[in-house]
Design a protein around this ligand. Structure first.
Ligand code: 13P
Length: 251
């Protein structure tokens, strides 16, 4: 059984003070979480504030990016050991905004995945197509290729620690969600691709989230789909009430 995992990607939002306020509002709304995992991914500068705010709860701390070297002359970058030292458990890798605005290639994504795993961090690996790619009919080829490249030289045991997030770029921040059937179809294809690499039983154990305009109104339907194991939530994770409703989708 795959444990559902709901993660909030705060993107470039929230000072440490604002982050602490959001956590204080969120915690009482979440209640006890025994059958699902919740991850908060604030910007680097608010990781410590969130770590302190969620101390003693089951919520996990996540970061939004990581570099693939341990240390050195890489101005502005943050390494896996640095995140580990802050109590970070998950790290988003290869988000489409990083691929688009910061030139992250599939090769860099693969290096980041391997570096994160080597330091005991769990990647939340993002893949997904643009609107042009979807309309050109290359969604399947593209997503398969992103998966194959991201998992290159990653062992089956290590792959079990990766969470994949399927985020169609045209659905991010646009209010347009893929229908739950369509999200389920592409996620099924991702699982089949993982099956080609690792075999069926490993692929069946890897969790795959959907991301892109997830809201309290559409989460229940998405989570009813058999292949969808959770959500990576952007905008709606910035507000306690809406994120709590997403986490408690089956209440
Ligand atoms: P939105 O939920 O704001 O569409 O963002 C999705 C996303 O990019 C999460 O990583």
């Amino acid at each position: 059984m795959r444990v559902p995992i709901i993660a909030g990607n705060w993107k470039m939002n929230k000072t440490p003070e604002e982050a602490a306020v959001l956590c204080r509002e969120l915690l009482p709304l979440l209640g006890e979480l025994t059958d699902r995992e919740v991850v908060l991914c604030p910007p680097f500068t608010a990781l410590t504030a969130v770590k302190e705010a969620i101390e003693g709860t089951d919520i996990a701390l996540g970061a939004q990016n990581v570099f693939y070297e341990d240390s050195g002359a890489y101005t502005g970058e943050v390494s896996p050991p640095m995140l580990k030292a802050l109590g970070v458990k998950y790290v988003i890798i290869g988000h489409s905004e990083r691929r688009e605005y910061f030139g992250e290639s599939d090769e860099m994504v693969n290096r980041k995945v391997k570096a994160a795993i080597a330091h005991g961090l769990r990647p939340i690996l993002c893949v997904g197509e643009t609107l042009e790619q979807r309309e050109a009919g290359v969604t399947e080829t593209l997503v398969k290729s992103q998966i194959n490249k991201a998992f290159s030289d990653v062992s089956a045991d290590d792959a079990l620690n990766v969470v994949v997030a399927y985020e169609p770029i045209w659905a991010i921040g646009t209010g347009k969600t893929a229908t739950s059937q369509e999200a389920n179809r592409v996620i099924g294809l991702i699982r089949a691709t993982l099956g080609e690499i690792y075999g069926g039983s490993t692929a069946e154990a890897i969790r795959i989230q959907y991301g892109g305009s997830v809201k309290p109104e559409n989460i229940a339907e998405l989570m009813q789909e058999p292949e969808i194991d959770g959500a990576l939530v952007g905008g709606a994770s910035l507000e306690a009430e809406s994120f709590a409703r997403i986490v408690r989708y089956d209440d």
